[in-house]
Design a protein around this ligand. Structure first.
Ligand code: C2O
Ligand code: CU
Length: 579
């Protein structure tokens, strides 16, 4: 069983256990003895099963088990200890066990709430709050059911609850929010200098675009979705003038996967101000990296990219031969882009398909009719990629794969999630059952260039209640905090930095660090054995643990976030900082 499915199973069992105890309590209060006994037996079984899932999760890593071991387990044990003997001792009036059973139910629910609302890291404060809540609920139940605990017992319970509540509140509200870190906005380097050799102008504005025959209200660059494909040859100096006609929330250009100087990175509030209607901003950088990239607005990025403010950026090595096609996949107002493109290619011609996933979720691509290789991922060439046949690839949000093949005499077709987007002729192939390529075992390994790390950070991705803003929100969190309260990662120029990224949640988080490509070291404790993978976008699935590293060689303040842009918006954004 994967850690992801264990996490899900544990959640379901915890709900069942809580429901069993609460139902058993209610049934005994209503003097429904057989029902009560049945539910209690069920709850006991679920509690036992949970012990197993918690042990398995603890073996996968403390971050998956922490609050379950520290809070849920003691509460469950206390619940069983209180409810069990009473049940055996009281064959007469089943009603007398209602309070202990409901106590068990509150305890199980309390542990569950800590997992769902608070997450990682578990703190003493939150544990005490949970205990206070359980004791308070039990005391109230006691009174409502008219049972008569001795005054000493009820006063002791009340006092314990108040003490736990007070201590818990004190500990839970720790003032560790980090406020603005000063840095130099005027950072420039040689890579922005030089006479431009490629000039583009992108004007952002609202537009109505045609998607497979339907009019869609979009936000577009130069009136089209995607925006114009920007192409360059390695060594060019690009100058891109961004204008905003009427996007009230402002726009910027972020060069996704392109490790530009920080001043050109296009993150509003971090590297520049958002470009408002009527304003413009000029980006300039040298095209040092060959490969497939894309650009998109980083102002109101969730809605902005979704509505169409994106396009491809392709930098080619000097002479290029053969067919070279860019396939930026997107979902606009629920409709898939691009429209299918069908064009014959002569047998023997080299074809490169540059696949770009500009959505916030993973897409599955299948190339039928020819063996092919994955020549590059996220703009970096792979070492000795072997030919693949009848194999699908999964591209994370923001990620790019370059597929290459020599055109056969018969047609080939590329499909995305079963929909054809590119073909050289009619192909009928069922690709749905194809196995998926694991890039961590693909191609030929070279040694990892670093033996030790100067700085290490752990990022535990989860969900949790964020009470720091004006309105409470159910945020996507990193180490229990949400943007802007996640402490920045401060490193020094030249450091070799390692991230351990842990997904404790139930959804995929496509991780994206600006300004750097990270080298994948391990996934779930197993080292990557294929070609060195230098990624800027990678899916951390539920229950997965990734170790990646990079050299801090591009100073500035860099966004480091989930590229499910709704998640980034809902808290899952932090910053890497050095000068
Ligand atoms: Cu493509 Cu900060 O994102
Ligand atoms: Cu995410």
């Amino acid at each position: 069983m994967t850690t992801g499915s264990l996490l899900a199973a544990d959640l379901v069992i915890a709900v069942l256990a809580a429901a069993g105890w609460l139902g058993g309590g209610a049934a005994s209060a209503a003097r429904r003895r057989p029902l009560a006994l049945g539910l209690v037996a069920f709850a006991l079984l679920a509690t036992l099963a949970r012990a197993i899932t918690i042990i398995a999760l603890a073996r996968a890593g403390w971050w998956f088990a922490a609050e379950k071991v520290l809070i849920a387990a003691p509460l469950s044990l206390a619940a069983v200890a209180v409810a069990g003997p009473r049940l055996l001792r009281a064959p007469g009036d089943i009603r007398s066990v209602a309070v202990p059973l409901l106590f068990a139910g509150y305890a199980a629910s309390g542990g569950l709430l800590v997992t769902v609302l608070h997450g990682y890291p578990a703190s003493a404060g939150v544990g005490l709050l949970a205990v206070a809540g359980v004791l308070a609920a039990t005391t109230v139940t006691w009174r409502v059911l008219g049972a008569r605990p001795s005054p000493t017992v009820s006063r002791a319970a009340l006092a314990a609850a108040v003490a736990a509540l007070v201590t818990g509140t004190g500990l839970a509200v720790t003032p560790d929010a980090v406020t603005g870190v000063a840095h130099d906005h005027g950072y420039r380097d040689a890579r922005t200098a030089g006479e431009p050799t490629r000039r583009f102008t992108l004007t952002a504005g609202t537009a109505t675009v045609d998607v497979s025959g339907r009019d869609v209200a979009a936000w577009a660059f130069n009136g089209q979705v995607p925006g114009p494909e920007l192409t360059a040859t390695v060594g060019d100096v690009l100058e891109v003038t961004l204008r905003n006609r009427d996007i009230a929330r402002g726009v910027t250009l972020h060069w996704h996967g392109y490790d530009v100087p920080n001043s050109q990175d296009g993150v509003p509030g971090v590297t520049q101000a958002a470009v408002l209607p009527g304003q413009e901003f000029v980006y300039r950088f040298r095209a040092d990296q060959v490969g497939t990239y894309w650009y998109h607005t980083h102002a109101a990025s969730d809605v902005g990219v979704r509505k169409g403010l994106y396009g491809a950026l392709v930098v080619r090595p000097a002479p290029v031969t053969g067919v070279d096609v860019t396939v930026p996949v997107h979902t606009l107002a629920g409709l898939p882009l691009p429209a299918p493109r069908v064009e014959p290619v002569e047998a023997g011609v080299r074809v490169r398909l540059r696949l770009i996933n500009t959505d916030s979720t993973t897409h599955r691509y299948a190339l039928a009719g020819t063996p092919f290789r994955v020549a590059a991922i996220d703009g970096s060439d792979l070492r000795n990629p072997t030919p693949l046949v009848a194999t699908a690839v999964l591209i994370p949000a923001g990620g790019r794969y370059d597929l290459v093949f020599t055109a056969p005499a018969t047609p080939v077709a590329l499909s995305v999630d079963g929909r054809e987007v590119y073909a050289t002729g009619p192909v009928s192939a069922a690709t749905g059952a194809w196995p998926v390529l694991d890039p961590l075992t693909y191609g030929v390994a070279s040694p990892v260039p670093w033996a030790r790390f100067d700085r290490e950070f752990t990022l535990v991705l989860d969900r949790g209640l964020d009470l720091r803003g004006l309105l409470p929100r159910y945020a996507h969190t990193v180490n229990g905090a949400a943007d802007p309260d996640i402490p920045p990662q401060v490193v020094r120029l030249g450091d070799i930095v390692k991230f351990t990224i842990v997904n404790r949640s139930q959804v995929v988080h496509p991780w994206h660090l600006h300004g750097h490509h990270v080298l994948v070291l391990t996934r779930n404790g197993r080292p990557a054995t294929g070609s060195l993978l230098w990624l800027d976008s990678f899916d951390v699935r539920p229950g997965e643990v990734w170790e990646v590293a990079f050299r801090a060689d591009n100073p500035g303040m860099w966004a480091n976030h989930c590229h499910n842009l709704a998640h980034a918006d809902a808290g899952m954004t932090l910053h890497l900082l050095y000068s």
